[in-house]
Each structure stands twice: as structure tokens, then as C-alpha cells.
Design a binder for this molecule. Structure first.
Ligand SMILES: *Cc1c(COP(=O)(O)O)cnc(C)c1O
Length: 471
């Protein structure tokens, strides 16, 4: 399987090269040349435990890794999840990293049982093991630089801490991430972890990271690597749970297809669902769920992709306007025509807006739909699920559930739960009046732990010097 760039400017590369490259060198995103059709395997796959299913899915795209090595990488990645017993009526009955529970009108897929209690662990535990393996014993190095508004940084640190040949530099806006998120990052004291507390905003952090990566001589000399969701391996690891969630829900309900609701920011998670559909998983709809930052919801309703201002909300990991993975969808929408993607991206950069003609049925896509849930709807959903079903949803997951229920979709609704409620006690308190409901031993254990961080000004040169001095 070879990988091509959405901008068409590189020769096809292998999976290993794609993992290390992150962003394509022409500024595009990497995608496999084709998607395997797995419809003849679905019945067999539906009987596999999570880690075995992950191996079967990933090997199709990572065919330059020896099968036994890949199997070991995948096993190790999901051993770090606390095993949760599945619901009693599930056909697969071993403890699983990703339980799927019927709850009232929906099926909740809990993706937050990894070390940092957010779904990003599913991909970043795998990516950490994969990086270490691909670098091998040859003394090669990788220096990961990443900007975070909270969840990505902690999940990346926990995926890469203590790994041979790898250092990780995480830029967070000082004082602007939640206390739990900050502790999850700064309490990791491994020698290869550098938490940079930037005197600026998340946008400053992201701009600085982009500046460093755009300086190709610096990028090459310092062996910079990326772990944000532009890295294809992250999307790939997430494809697995769409199969898993669909299998559990189809066997429970007897339905021939399911729909998913996906709390969306950078479009990486829902794009993984799109890949699963392209591979032949029977998906009726993928509901892109946004908060007030609704550029994607507006696009899928109107065909106009137009930039707004970022509004801070109670679901901060979705407070994004330009969704980086959207370019992957554009490439598929253009039938793989990179020239058209380049023209669209140029138009968007120039006008801050892009209009696409609809398909013959008036929509933009056969499966993707979108909806928006504002703060009031999100809080009401948290309250309702707590009162009626005794289940606590974090604010991101609640956006997805709100959008799913408002969609009127007749298929069984699998709602992705992307974070543990204990990460967002303030929102839980606003919804239920009781912050103490949202607890997790992993969060309690952070209290009073020693921390380390490096304050720096919001200046690309200062960050580049800091990285250069340590690599
Ligand atoms: C990152 C994140 C999201 C958004 O996922 P994307 O892949 O960026 O669309 C949603 N919820 C939580 C809790 C997250 O951390």
C-alpha cells in the first residue's frame, strides 16, 4: 500500500515513510492510494476481540511491517487501557478497551479508558509504539513538536514518554488549559518530555509549530516529527473502533446497518469513520457533531465552507474553525484530483470561504451529515442522561448525543464518547449542580504530584532555540 499527497506533489511513499513524514512535504496530507474492500471479511471480523480486530484492519494499510511485529505493537498498545467488562448481552465477553453500552435511545461507545481518559489515547498509544519500532535500533531519532489546547498534549506525552530515540516538546498556552489537563502533562517527569508553557494563546502555539515545520532545513536537521491528527497512523488506529462499535451494535439490535455521531474538531475522528465506510462497513450516516464552532455543520448543510471566529465553549477540544483533516475528504470528493484540491485550498486561503456544488441528490456526501448543539443543548443532554439513565456524559460526548437525537435517523445510533467526565468537572457541575459526581482515580492521583514545565515567550525563534539546544 502506497501513500499519496492530497496536493499531488510527492512520489508515493510507504506506510513507514508516511508515519515519519506526518505532513507531506508539499504541504498536503497523506492518504492511501486506494481503500481495500473488506465486505467478504465482516462476518469473521465481527467475532474478534478488539486488539485482534485492530491488527486485521491496520495490517491492510501497513503491509511493509512484518505481521508478527505489528501484532505485538497492537497488543502492547491496548494493554495500557484499563479493561472494562462489556454489557452482559454482548457476544464478545472478554474485558475490552472500548466498551459499547446501550443507554436509553443510543449506544454509547466509551473511548476514554486509556491513560489520559480521552479518545486520543486509542491512536497515540499505538503511535508511540509504532514510532519506536520504525526508528529501530539504528540510532535514529525523532523529535516530536506539537501544540495543544489540552487533550492532544497529554495523550501524546503518555504515548511517547520514556521511548528510546524520541523526545517530545509540547507547547501549551500558559494558564489556558484546564487544571486537570495541565497536571496530566506537567506531572510526567521523564527525561524525554518537555512541557513548554507558552506566554500566549493556542493559536500562537499552533503558528509557532507550523513555522518550525515549514523551515525544511531545520525540520530535517532536528528530525522533527508530528503527532497531530494529520498523521495518517492516528486516523488509521481510529478506523478500528468504527468496525468494533458497528459489530457490537448490529449483533445486539439485529439491524443491518448503524449510524455514528462524532463530536468533531479537526475532522480526524469522523474521517476515520468515513474510511471504514469506504472499506464496506454498513454505515447509514456519519453525523458530524459540532458545538458553536460550526464551520463543518454549516458546510454539510449549505455547501459553503466559510471561516468564522473561534468561540470558547465547554467542549474546548472542539473549539476549532479550520479542520485540518477536511482536506482528506476534499481529495476524495474530487475523485483524487490533486489539482482541484490545490485550487480549492488556494481559493479558501484567499477568500476565507469555499463553495462546492452539491451532488445530484442535493447533498455534499452520501453518508456525512452534520448538526450543531449549543451550550444549552449540551448541558440539557448531560442533565437528562444523568437523571434518566444514571450516566455521566462529558461535554464533548454530549454534543454528539444531542446531534444524534436531533437527527431523526432511524438506524441504531452509536455515539462516540470521547472523554471521561472527570476531565471536565466544571461542565458537570453546571449541568447537574454537583461537581463531585465526576471523579476518576487517575485524576485524584494527580493532586499534589511534582511537576516540571518550561515557560517561554510566544516567539518561534525562542522555541526553535529551545528545541535545538536539546536535540
Ligand atoms: C480531540 C477531541 C475531539 C475532536 O476530535 P477530532 O478528531 O479533532 O475531530 C473531540 N472530543 C475530545 C474529548 C477530544 O479530545
Amino acid at each position: 500500500m502506497k501513500y499519496v499527497s492530497t496536493r499531488g506533489g510527492i512520489d508515493p511513499v510507504s506506510f513507514r515513510e508516511a508515519v515519519l513524514m506526518g505532513l507531506a512535504r508539499d504541504g498536503g496530507l497523506l492518504l492511501p492510494e486506494s481503500f481495500p474492500d473488506v465486505r467478504d471479511r465482516l462476518a469473521t471480523w465481527s467475532r474478534l476481540p478488539y486488539a485482534d480486530l485492530a491488527f486485521e484492519v491496520i495490517r491492510l494499510f501497513a503491509d511493509d511491517l512484518p505481521a508478527d511485529d505489528l501484532r505485538a505493537i497492537v497488543r502492547r498498545s491496548y494493554a495500557s487501557f484499563r479493561p472494562v467488562p462489556p454489557a452482559p448481552d454482548q457476544a464478545w465477553t472478554g474485558p475490552e478497551p472500548v466498551p459499547v453500552r446501550p443507554t436509553g435511545p443510543v449506544h454509547l461507545m466509551e473511548l476514554y479508558h486509556g491513560p489520559t481518559l480521552a479518545f486520543k489515547d486509542v491512536a497515540l498509544q499505538f503511535l508511540g509504539n509504532l514510532f519506536e519500532y520504525v526508528l529501530g535500533d539504528g540510532g535514529r531519532e525523532l523529535n516530536v513538536v506539537v501544540a495543544t489546547s489540552g487533550d492532544t498534549g497529554s495523550a501524546a506525552i503518555h504515548g511517547l514518554r520514556g521511548r528510546k530515540g524520541i523526545r517530545i516538546f509540547v507547547l501549551h498556552p500558559a494558564g489556558r488549559v484546564s487544571p486537570v489537563q495541565e497536571m496530566q502533562m506537567t506531572s510526567v517527569l521523564d527525561d524525554n518530555v518537555f512541557n513548554i508553557a507558552l506566554d500566549g494563546t493556542f493559536d500562537d502555539a499552533q503558528r509557532i509549530v507550523k513555522t518550525l515545520f515549514a523551515d525544511l532545513p531545520f525540520k530535517d536537521a532536528r528530525h522533527l516529527g508530528a503527532v497531530n491528527s494529520i498523521n495518517w497512523a492516528r486516523v488509521l488506529a481510529q478506523v478500528v473502533y468504527y468496525f468494533y462499535g458497528a459489530f457490537r451494535t448490529m449483533e445486539r439490535t439485529g439491524a443491518p446497518e448503524v449510524s455514528f455521531a462524532v463530536p468533531t474538531g479537526n475532522f480526524g475522528d469522523v474521517f476515520a469513520g468515513y474510511v471504514a465506510w469506504r472499506m464496506g462497513l454498513p454505515v447509514r450516516r456519519l453525523h458530524v457533531a459540532t458545538n458553536e464552532n460550526d464551520i463543518l455543520a454549516r458546510f454539510f448543510s449549505t455547501g459553503v465552507y466559510s471561516l468564522g471566529e473561534v468561540v470558547p465553549t465547554i467542549s474546548p477540544s472542539m473549539d476549532i474553525q479550520v479542520a485540518s483533516n477536511f482536506e482528506r475528504w476534499l481529495f476524495l470528493r474530487a475523485g483524487g484530483d490533486a489539482a482541484r484540491v490545490r485550487a480549492w485550498m488556494d481559493a479558501f486561503a484567499r477568500d476565507r470561504s469555499l463553495r462546492l456544488d452539491p451532488l445530484p441528490d442535493g447533498t455534499q456526501d452520501p453518508v456525512l451529515r452534520a448538526g450543531r448543539a449549543d451550550t444549552a443543548a449540551t448541558l440539557a443532554t448531560i442533565r437528562r442522561f444523568h437523571d434518566e439513565f444514571g450516566v455521566l456524559l462529558d461535554p464533548h460526548s454530549a454534543v454528539g448525543v444531542s446531534v444524534a437525537l436531533a437527527s431523526g435517523d432511524p438506524a441504531p445510533l452509536v455515539c462516540l464518547c470521547t472523554a471521561h467526565p472527570a476531565k471536565f468537572p466544571d461542565a458537570i457541575a453546571r449541568a447537574t449542580g454537583d461537581a463531585s459526581l465526576a471523579t476518576a482515580p487517575e485524576v485524584e492521583a494527580l493532586r499534589g504530584a511534582p511537576t516540571r514545565k518550561f515557560p517561554l515567550p510566544a516567539d518561534a525563534k525562542a522555541v526553535a532555540d529551545f528545541v535545538a539546544a536539546r536535540t
